[in-house]
Design a protein around this ligand. Structure first.
Ligand SMILES: Nc1nc2c(ncn2[C@@H]2O[C@H](COP(=O)(O)OP(=O)(O)OP(=O)(O)O)[C@@H](O)[C@H]2O)c(=O)[nH]1
Ligand SMILES: [Mg+2]
Length: 588
């Protein structure tokens, strides 16, 4: 089945190359379509409470002891593994710095033991690894345990889930689902159609016990977490890894993993992958149809009576003036949508964050003061200052990560919707021109297709959050001899101010980024219309230019164009055929 996907993918890439080589086709959309296929990744996120075997599962899928696993809560940092020709491990730090390390050094960065409470300020680790498993673009994401001792670990799972193509949620046979797990699952129920449940460590139980465990887990998932039809597999990640390391088919079979691996690949590569190929083909067909129309226009401009062409050109220009108005409407709409994201998502979220932070932090601040009130004034001031800096920073950096996901998803939705509008305008323009010149242009709706890398999320995701530290000015302004009570009061005021000020900064930062995204998107959309207009104009003008040339040259050109037209029509037929057979919905 996989090879089916590979073949279709290859064939589409081949057609893109053919199309790109043709005169009538502009190169840019072809490059974009090619990139879309080549750069595609299937993100597989592994989540679950600590010690359920997440890291072991990833090692098992890869068939190697790459990632460190242990009996104590271990993974503290998100680790992303994707295909690379050679092993290459890169650490991304919170402040934007990156560092290449050796695979043996991984534990020093991604584990709680090697990097307690993330004192090294690691944001994420990326491993490139030469595994067949990853070759088709599967990207594995290991996360720290949900509901673990460190709150931020849970948040990480929330951040990655909306972006995943498939999520594996690990449960273990020896422990019933905990409250933390159930709470988490309730929250992510909306992604149910891409969550697979693994009941891991099946090797602990006898077949009878296992059956009981499956029933109980399914019952909990349905009744308590609210999953209507959870897809559950019992496996042993460890047996699978052992089996693969030792080359033992028997262990592998006992691990029960092949069944799940099969299902996962089918889901990722076939369902997700086919959707992508379908969308690319559809868009390629549109590119080709446009090129056909332009070529026909050129031929027409050579053959038709001059007065007729001129009259039609005038009508075309009139139509363009109407399009100018549609462009303005589009801009107003886009601006309104941006404002809506600000007022309906960002501002309420910030309000909530501020009040939550106050509620959480004030009692902790009070407690911290009580514990340290015996210190000298100078020390106390310093301790309180770093307490404030640390807790405010930690809270807001998590907030910002989550908000990033929320806002980027909202923006992408808007972009997708508005892009369909632009497609309609472009199609309408093409249809109008073809009718005007008595040509046929097939109407079809290609779905929205915006360049991934220009989306909000990808552009801004990893910028570090700047938190202003306790200003020198503030501390030095305080008189030297001052009671601890007064310091406490001043610092409390300072804490409240920090909460406000950081929220303001974050807001400013989001607004700025939204504006940039809006501009970028607007520019791309306008360009799309302008390119179409220019394409039509140029085609007619080229045709007219040829009329001035000698009849011999004209003949040659005409023949060339007819040949090109034939090639275009041929590719178009091939695309249609693939879309109607291999890519047809349901056959994937
Ligand atoms: N018996 C048995 N033990 C397993 C299995 N899978 C994992 N383990 C063990 O469970 C322990 C935890 O495994 P990890 O893979 O580190 O678990 P994790 O979910 O990544 O843990 P954190 O990173 O701390 O959240 C290790 O001692 C593993 O060897 C399994 O299928 N069977
Ligand atoms: Mg782990």
């Amino acid at each position: 089945m996989d090879s089916n996907f590979k073949n279709i993918r290859k064939e589409i890439l081949q057609m893109i190359d053919e199309v790109a080589a043709l005169d009538a086709v502009s190169e840019c959309p072809c490059n974009e379509l090619r990139d879309k296929i080549l750069r595609n990744r299937f993100n597989l996120v592994v989540v679950g409470q600590f010690k359920r075997g997440k890291t072991t599962l990833i090692n098992a899928l890869l068939g190697t002891d790459l990632l460190p696993t242990a009996v104590i809560p271990l993974t503290s940092i998100v680790t992303v593994i994707e295909y690379g020709r050679d092993i290459e491990v890169t650490v991304f730090f919170n402040n934007g710095r990156t560092e290449r390390i050796l695979p043996e050094e991984l534990a020093e960065y991604v584990t709680e033991k090697g990097n307690p409470r993330n004192e090294k300020e690691v944001a994420e680790v990326l491993i490139r690894y030469p595994s067949e498993y990853l070759k088709d673009g599967v990207r594995l994401i290991d996360t720290p345990g949900v509901g673990s001792v460190y709150q931020h670990n849970t948040e990480v799972a929330y951040e990655y889930l909306p972006r995943s193509d498939a999520t594996v949620f690990l449960v273990s046979v020896d422990q019933p689902l905990s409250k933390a797990e159930i709470d988490f699952l309730k929250d992510v129920r909306q992604y149910a159609d891409r969550i697979f449940f693994l009941l891991n460590k099946a090797d602990y139980l006898s077949p009878d016990e296992l059956e009981e465990s499956v029933e109980f887990t399914l019952f909990t998932l349905r009744e308590e977490a609210g999953f209507d039809s959870p897809e559950l597999y019992t496996v042993s990640a460890r047996l699978c890894l052992d089996g693969k390391l030792k080359g033992s088919e028997e262990l592998l079979a006992r691990s029960n993993m092949p069944l799940f691996e099969d299902r996962l690949r089918r889901f990722l590569i076939e369902e997700k992958g086919m959707i992508l190929l379908r969308s690319v083909s559809n868009n390629l067909k549109r590119v080709v149809s446009e090129a056909i129309l332009k070529t026909e226009l050129q031929i027409k401009a050579i053959m038709a009576p001059m007065e007729e062409i001129e009259a039609k050109l005038r009508a075309f220009e009139d139509r363009l003036r109407e399009i100018e108005m549609e462009k303005r409407d589009f801009e107003i709409l886009l601006d309104g949508e941006k404002k809506r994201i600000l007022t309906e998502i960002l501002d309420p979220d910030l309000d909530e964050a501020r009040s939550q932070l106050r509620e959480e932090l004030l009692p902790r601040f009070e407690e911290f003061y009580q514990k340290n009130r015996g210190l000298s004034p100078g020390r106390l001031r310093k301790e309180l200052g770093s307490f404030i800096g640390q807790s405010v920073r930690q809270y807001y950096s998590i907030f910002r990560k989550n908000e990033d996901t929320r806002i980027s998803i909202a923006f992408e939705k808007v972009a997708e919707r508005l892009q369909s509008k632009i497609n309609l305008i472009v199609d309408e323009l093409l249809r109008y021109s073809s009718e005007l010149f008595d040509l046929t242009f097939e109407r079809f709706t290609a779905e929205a297709f915006w360049r991934m890398e220009s989306s909000f999320y990808f552009k801004f995701k990893d910028e570090p959050l700047m938190i202003e530290m306790l200003g020198e000015a503030l501390t030095s302004l305080m008189p030297r001899f001052i009671s601890n009570r007064v310091i406490y009061k001043n610092m409390k005021k300072y804490l409240l101010e920090m909460i406000e000020r950081q929220s303001g900064r974050i807001r400013w930062d989001f607004v700025d980024r939204l504006q940039k995204s809006q501009r970028e998107f607007r520019w791309q959309m306008m360009e799309r219309i302008d390119e179409t207009t220019k394409g039509i104009r140029d085609a007619i003008k080229k045709g007219l230019d040829y009329r001035e040339k000698g009849s011999e040259e004209l003949d040659v050109r005409q023949r060339e164009m007819l040949e090109e037209l034939k090639k275009l029509q041929d590719v178009k037929e091939r695309i249609s055929r693939i879309m109607e057979t291999d890519l047809q919905q349901g056959t994937a």
